[in-house]
Ligand binder design. Structure first.
Ligand SMILES: *Cc1c(COP(=O)(O)O)cnc(C)c1O
Length: 454
């Protein structure tokens, strides 16, 4: 699809609709003349160049990429109306789109009942899930893996709940013995499992925690903000297949968070929270001094802690899902390519004399470090930092990110490396663009050459 063409069509479609309400004069206070706009626009587009090329396959750093053109057109068209999905009257069309897109997300995870809505971010979505967890288990805390997103510790603080980090195993997954020791104390009411940690893409063993949760009477919240859409590859054919057990078990979780603005091709401002039991809507009840005229069912604003939210976000997600639905043949193909890229690159790194694999990728995140002699954490840290900086400075640039790996985590994976520091920065590449599949040779080659010139 041609973005310029459809952006033009979008403005026309909305204008045609607007014209049906009759002509009127815009107020002079809002008038901007074209010459002044041109000058501001010139400066604006100049300033936007101060960015990293997230779209380019040689950007292999953080979890960043532009949205799909369908999402851009959907967002822009709806934004011209600017509906507010806080209430049905704020925009009936985008409220309906939100319900439909959320139902598609719930179906993707195998929920047969759900209550859910979009949020501004994974952070707010997790806050809502933990808020409901607190209401259901007052006085009890939250367990999450030590590698879980820092938002859990932070939101527990906001909610005045105690958070209990649980140690991880040598692949970055929650250690079940440590979890059970904690559950025995009765201090925990909710276990947060991460299916795809932000750093390593590690998938906690949801299927193995479910029986523990039942035994100890705790809730399960799955933070799939990053990894959620990988459920589409669970039990697939081909090298990109993921072992299905943890993903199938997600359908039994009490709540799930997923970020369409990470792997769902959306612009920022699109997270989602889903609850398996629709009855939890009662915890959101509030008296609004504003009256709405369509109140037969719960407004999205009545099941959300946030008030105003962009209807345009729902529009963008809905339109994207019409073309690339959250199914194995739809969005699944996009994730599969990134996953194959990660596996292919991991193989090349393992065969390399100059680079070492930190751990086998579980999703599409590759972690690695330069081989240094002598093999010490301080040496690895310095060499990783140098490659990160030199990579961006070169005429044929590559963009990577670093991840701080702690001393114990390093020792669990690479016991022969001398632990002369608390930890070391290693290199990390999130291969979330399907184009990466055809660029890992280039990336590998560039980084090997950077490692050699150390
Ligand atoms: C990104 C992420 C979050 C936070 O989500 P935001 O959308 O950045 O607010 C929480 N948990 C995990 C696992 C994440 O990857």
């Amino acid at each position: 699809m041609d973005l310029q063409h459809w952006l033009g069509r979008a403005t026309h479609a909305i204008q045609d609709w607007a014209d049906t309400f009759g002509a009127y004069q815009p107020h002079p206070s809002l008038q901007v003349d074209d010459d002044r706009f041109a000058a501001a626009f010139e400066e604006f587009t100049g300033r936007l160049k101060d960015n990293y090329p997230f779209f380019h396959p040689h950007y292999a750093g953080q979890m960043l990429k532009p949205p799909h053109p369908a999402a851009v057109v959907g967002y822009l068209a709806a934004m011209l109306i600017n509906p507010n999905n806080h209430a049905l009257d704020g925009g009936p069309a985008t409220a309906a789109m939100e319900r439909e897109a959320v139902a598609q997300l719930a179906a993707m995870f195998g929920y047969d009942t759900h209550l859910g809505h979009l949020t501004t971010s994974g952070t707010i979505a997790n806050l809502e899930a933990l808020f409901v967890a607190r209401e259901l288990h007052p006085g009890r805390g939250v367990a999450h893996s030590a590698d879980a997103h820092y938002t859990h510790g932070r939101m527990c603080h906001v909610l005045d709940m105690t958070s209990h980090p649980v140690r991880t195993d040598s692949r970055g997954r929650m250690d079940l013995d440590a979890l059970e020791d904690l559950l025995c104390t009765g201090a925990v009411g909710t276990v947060v499992l991460t299916t795809g940690t932000t750093g390593l893409g590690a998938v906690d063993p949801v299927h193995e925690v479910l029986p523990l949760a039942e035994r100890y009477g705790v809730r399960i919240h799955v933070d799939a903000a990053y990894g959620g859409f990988f459920t589409l590859l669970a039990g697939a054919d081909g090298p990109e297949a993921l072992s299905p057990e943890p993903w199938r078990a997600v359908a039994q979780a009490d709540s799930i968070v997923v970020d369409p603005h990470k792997h769902g091709l959306q612009p920022y401002g699109c997270g989602a929270v889903l609850f398996r039991d629709p009855e939890v809507g009662r915890f959101y009840l509030h008296d609004s001094p504003y009256t709405y005229f369509t109140s037969a069912e719960l407004h999205l604003g009545e099941i959300s802690l946030e008030c105003s939210r962009a209807g345009a976000s729902a529009a963008a997600l809905w339109l994207t899902f019409q073309l690339l639905p959250p199914t194995r043949d739809g969005l699944g193909q996009v994730l599969a390519a990134g996953r194959r890229a990660a596996l292919k690159w991991a193989e090349m790194i393992e065969a390399s004399e100059l680079l070492e694999l930190y751990q086998q990728p579980q999703l599409d995140i590759v972690t690695y470090f330069p081989a240094v002699d002598p093999a010490t954490l301080t040496g690895i840290d310095a060499a990783s930092a140098r490659i990160l900086a030199d990579g961006m400075a070169n005429p044929d640039p590559v963009f990577l990110s670093t991840l701080k790996a702690g001393r114990e985590a390093f020792a669990a994976r690479h016991p022969k490396i001398t632990a002369d520091a608390d930890g070391a920065r290693i290199l990390r590449s999130v291969l979330m663009k399907p184009e990466s599949e055809h660029h890992v040779e280039h990336l590998h080659d560039r980084i090997e050459r950077l490692a050699k010139t150390g």
